[in-house]
Design a protein around this ligand. Structure first.
Ligand code: HEM
Length: 432
């Protein structure tokens, strides 16, 4: 069972338990996400499934399913998604009220900005935003460049030991954002290996649900310990800076939770963009070579990759606090609204041939980072990583190519990606 299907299943089970738990129905036995709910997360390679496009053309706001008395609405149009995501007063993203006793604020299991409403969201987000201003991020730019170069060296070393073929996911796509987040958080070098192991376990499907959730609480504990250590000697990064700014006004629990949210929000997303983005570029060899040689195309290529791939498939679920209307469709208080970001980013009302990857299209605002007050806090950091990494890999390995016929895409996941991306760094020698 995939990690994300476990996640989806857990979220669905929690929601549903909360709805009907008080009536005594034991839904913890629910062990399969029904396909009526899960199908929009399936993809056809890089593309959303064609059924989504048909649905968007008919009804950009449509009832996906009715699940144990709960209406779930799927929003696939760009304007309709924006209307939902920008509405700061009509929706909650807080899943705690749906979780009964498990939603207590001291429960380390949930939290993070995404599932928090104002005023708590505003308070927590304000603590983070100073760390993500361009001025603070500039501090990371040379570190990001150095991390990228050292991972490219690592790819070369690994390839030399493996007949020229390596898996790009662990060597590059995962390692670059992992090390960048360690820098951002200000984790000392000697702790990074432990954290990497916890991080890999957390994102490793082979551990199954138990392993993944065990690793989540282990990495939380690790960050709690890192926060405690920095209380007496605040370091250079985000954890130390917030301690310096806030002192005792922020608890270790809240700070470790914020750090964990940054880790969760920033690692898998950027890793997926680096792996899938490289695969897409290798499929468009002219664009791949150009991104390595012509700095003027880098930003637009990154924006088009973000739009085309939209790796975060759905925004945090929105729960209407009162009856609402979206795109003319009435939605009742108590229903659930799911904004489908890849479908919205390919809405034909935005321009021609939105299903194609085309770096010459005019750069427009896309929804890959969401929209409104939950919009990704790390968007500029992610851009900085991608704008550094793609040109660097294309320069270092102009002959890079995928070393497998078919790609190992994730089957059911909120953050879309590949499990592995075997690549060959050099052209294969021709045997005579
Ligand atoms: C290419 C990489 C990334 C993508 C595609 C991405 C995408 C997103 C999306 C779609 C949302 C949710 C918006 C919503 O539901 O309204 C989000 C939220 C968030 N992201 Fe990212 N993200 C990326 C990288 C990062 C990085 C590098 C960090 C931090 C280091 C980060 C931290 C967060 C946080 C903390 C939130 C929650 C914000 C809130 O609720 O106020 N993300 N991201």
């Amino acid at each position: 069972m995939s990690r994300v299907s476990t996640y989806v299943k857990t979220q669905v089970r929690r929601l549903v338990m909360a709805r009907v738990g008080s009536k005594g129905i034991d839904l913890s036995r629910l062990d399969k996400v029904p396909d009526t709910l899960a199908w929009p997360l399936h993809r056809d390679g890089a593309d959303p499934v064609p059924r989504l496009g048909k649905l968007r053309a008919q009804a950009p706001v449509a009832k996906l399913t009715s699940f144990l008395g709960m209406n779930v609405w799927l929003v696939t149009g760009d304007a309709e998604c924006r209307a939902v995501l920008a509405d700061t007063t009509s929706y909650s993203t807080d899943i705690r009220p749906f979780m009964g006793a498990r939603g207590s604020t001291t429960d380390g299991d949930i939290g993070g900005l995404g599932f928090t409403d104002p005023p708590e969201h505003t308070r927590l987000r304000k603590l983070l935003t100073p760390e993500f201003t361009m001025r603070r991020l500039e501090r990371l730019r040379p570190r990001i460049a150095a991390i990228v170069e050292s991972q490219l060296d690592e790819m070369e070393r690994t390839a030399a030991e493996n007949d020229g073929v390596i898996d790009l996911v662990p060597t590059f796509a995962f390692s670059v954002p992992f090390l960048v987040i360690c820098e951002l958080l200000g984790l000392p070098d000697e702790d990074r290996e432990t954290f990497r192991e916890l991080g890999s376990a957390r994102f490793d499907v082979s551990y199954g649900g138990q392993g993944v959730f065990g690793a989540v609480s282990d990495s939380r504990r690790f960050l709690m310990e890192a926060t405690r250590k920095q209380r007496s000697r605040p370091g250079e990064g985000l954890i130390g800076q917030i301690i310096r700014d806030q002192g005792d006004a922020i608890s270790d629990f809240d700070l470790a939770g914020l750090a964990d949210g940054v880790f969760t929000g920033g690692l898998e997303t950027s890793a997926s963009m680096l792996a899938l983005g490289t695969a897409v570029l290798l499929d468009h060899p002219d664009d791949y070579r150009r991104v390595g040689s012509d700095p003027s195309v880098v930003d637009r290529t990154v924006e088009e990759l973000l739009r085309y791939l939209t790796v975060v498939q759905i925004a945090f679920p929105r729960f209407p606090k009162h009856d609402v209307e979206v795109g003319g469709q009435p939605i009742a208080k108590g229903d659930v609204v799911i904004c489908h970001l890849p479908a919205a980013n390919r809405d034909p009302r935005l321009g021609p041939k939105m299903d194609a990857f085309d770096i010459t299209r005019p750069v427009g605002p896309h929804l890959a980072f969401g929209h409104g007050f939950h919009r990704c806090v790390g968007a500029e950091l992610a851009r900085m990583e991608l704008r550094t990494a793609f040109p660097a890999i294309a320069r270092r390995f102009p002959d890079l190519h995928v070393a497998r016929e078919s790609m190992d895409y994730r089957r059911l996941s909120i953050v879309y990606g590949v499990e592995a991306l075997p690549v060959r760094l050099q052209p294969q020698p021709v045997l005579r």
